[in-house]
Write a new protein. Structure first.
Length: 617
């Protein structure tokens, strides 16, 4: 392998490439001896055996970190990875791959290196089934690492003894070609001018055996492709800092609440969310697939990796962009107002219309997070950015409330909101957000999973919703109450006629007979559906489904008792708007309450949007 190979080609090398590239791997004196036990070796063998090959799929043993020795271009100091390299050497020797052997030197103990060379070239197993040395073992070599060399070979032999030769052949092919490692070559291409202690480098790299993900590859590229510095110390420190920065970002994105919130915008997990959103916004990718170098990618993480892999010189600049993007996402999350506005948009407005001025009748749509990022980049202050988020919400309300005057529709007690579920949910959630934002003294945030319904029903406060358990008595009592809400004499006559019909049924049956059993339930539903005020936004709240269905068509005062108890117990999350409605000190919910609440909601919405100035896209 030429001196520049590791910088020019993939940083991911197969086992065959690792041992067939002209490198000699020197295990320095500061390294501990070889320590892998039966469990370690057995886990590696089982992992490789169970790994299913596929196009572009491989099992990754993670990192080895190496540095070219100044006095010999072919010898590389192994800073991290001696356990993996030694185990692979022993495994290759057992599988008969003798051309790939004699690649490891031990500066720890010459005797250890000498014995390892013997062990690699011989078929001998020096341990018995009790894991003691047998008579063929030369006691002159007895040491801790030599025992573990023998134990590794013994474990490998026992593993393959359970199978036939076909297993060895298929395993060998998989090992050579489908098992790979990330090679962190920290050699200074200009030559090693400073004696850097290898053990100080890459302490933060994860050396566990895990199946490779694209975020591992992205991490490796960011760390290994830092631009050259005047000394190894500068380069090593820079790489360590990048590794620490990535770890810290991953810790933040792995937080349970952060993950739940950003799931609104990304289907990835942990730091993959960051890379997904960054690439999406950077390239205005409108879905989970993107194109890079004319190749369709399965994910934005894959697209980012391939871009970095083919644009080596840009990796450091991209890393700076990723850090800036991460800091922005963290800033948005911590800012109480942006958090709520953004969460609402993310849950309820998936794509945002961009009007094309040159073609008045046409428009484009951008995914919400892309559109919002563009607005962030173009707004000069955080306050103007917040107003832009409010404008997005306001435009959506205007567009979706049947093209009416949206404020008039909210305040109109005759407006039927119950049967336009999406708009009603949006409005009720927005009321929650407004109430939280108006409370400047408390840093309470709406839980991320409550930006939309979360096991909740749209519930009538004055609720006479019919169901298959509604009795004749329930219906008659309900209609008596409803009549007080009705100003339409024609509709009152319809209600009176229906009550007379029910009175007849009560005489024939009894008052606890259900409407469903006498075929009157659908007619009752038709009658109730047309009642003014009952379906007004002033008579609707969001309530936990189980709670809602448990109290049926109970009175306002009974509902209030149950909801306040749940709130005090902390058993269920009670929305702010719902809580404020059922905290009112009244014994029944009347037409005046409905009317006043609808008007109050209208005023809150109007106040919320009052400072927005409509600006062109």
């Amino acid at each position: 392998m030429s001196e520049s190979t590791n910088q020019e080609n993939d940083i991911i090398e197969s086992v065959k490439e690792i041992f067939d590239n002209g490198r000699i791997y020197n295990i320095p004196a500061y390294q501990r001896g070889y320590k892998w036990n039966e469990e370690d070796v057995g886990a590696l063998l089982n992992d490789i055996d169970k790994f299913e090959k596929g196009e572009n799929k491989f099992y990754c043993l993670q990192n080895i970190t190496i540095k070219k020795q100044e006095d010999n271009n072919n010898i590389y100091e192994v800073i991290d990875g001696q356990q993996r390299l030694t185990t692979l050497s022993i495994l290759l020797s057992y599988l008969g791959e003798t051309d790939l052997l004699n690649k490891i030197q031990y500066s720890i103990r010459e005797k250890s290196g000498e014995f390892l060379y013997k062990l690699l070239l011989e078929e001998e197993d020096y341990l018995d089934n009790n894991l003691s040395y047998n008579d063929n073992f030369n006691k002159d070599y007895d040491s801790q690492d030599v025992f573990h060399f023998c134990l590794a070979k013994h474990t490998i032999k026992n593993f393959f003894d359970k199978f036939g030769n076909d297993k060895k052949e298929s395993f060998t092919t998989k090992l050579l070609n489908n098992v790979k490692l990330i090679v962190n070559d920290v050699s200074n291409a200009a030559g090693n001018k400073t004696d850097v202690k290898g053990e100080t480098i890459f302490k933060n790299l994860n050396s566990n055996k895990v199946a490779l993900e694209y975020y591992d590859l992205i991490r490796a590229i960011f760390i290994t492709r830092v631009k050259e510095y005047e000394s190894d110390v500068d380069l090593a420190e820079k790489r360590i800092k990048i590794g620490i920065d990535i770890d810290n970002m991953n810790i933040w994105w792995s937080d349970k609440n952060v993950k739940e919130y950003f799931k609104i915008f990304s289907g990835e997990n942990n730091i993959s969310m960051l890379y997904d959103l960054y690439w999406k916004c950077r390239n205005e990718v409108n879905n989970s697939k993107s194109e890079s170098n004319n190749n369709k990618e399965k994910s934005n993480n894959e697209a980012l990796f391939k871009y970095l892999d083919s644009n080596t010189g840009n990796s450091e600049e991209v890393f700076k962009e990723v850090v800036r993007f991460h800091n922005t996402m963290a800033d948005w999350y911590e800012d109480k107002e942006i958090y709520h506005l953004l969460g609402f948009i993310g849950k309820h407005i998936k794509k945002i219309e961009i009007k094309k001025e040159e073609e008045k009748n046409k428009a484009e749509y951008l995914e919400n997070i892309i559109y919002i990022w563009k607005k962030w980049e173009n707004n000069t202050t955080k306050e103007s950015f917040k107003n832009k988020l409010k404008q997005i919400i306001k435009d959506d309300l205007i567009k979706n409330i049947e093209n009416e005057n949206y404020l008039k529709a909210i305040g109109d007690p005759n407006k039927n909101w119950y049967y336009q579920e999406n708009n009603t949910i949006k409005l009720l959630v927005l009321l929650d957000i407004i109430k939280i934002l108006n409370n400047k003294n408390i840093n309470h945030k709406l839980p991320a999973n409550y930006f939309s319904v979360n096991g909740e029903d749209i519930e009538h406060i004055f609720s006479k919703t019919p169901n298959d358990k509604t009795t004749i008595k329930d219906a008659i009592d309900n209609i008596d109450l409803i009549v007080n809400l009705v100003n339409d004499n024609g509709y009152k006559e319809e209600l009176d006629d229906f009550v007379k019909d029910l009175e007849k049924e009560k005489k024939l049956k009894n008052e606890i007979t259900t409407l469903d059993s006498i075929g009157k339930l659908e007619k009752y539903r038709e009658v109730i559906r047309e009642v003014p005020y009952v379906h007004s936004i002033g008579n609707l709240v969001l309530i936990d489904s189980h709670t809602n269905r448990s109290y049926g068509n109970a009175s306002y005062i009974e509902k209030r008792r149950i909801i306040i108890e749940l709130y005090e117990e902390g058993d269920k999350y009670i929305r702010n708007h719902t809580s404020s409605i059922f905290s009112k000190n009244v014994n029944e919910w009347t037409i005046d309450n409905i009317t006043n609440t609808a008007e109050d909601i209208k005023e809150k919405i109007e106040e919320f949007f009052k400072d927005i100035e409509k600006k062109g896209e």
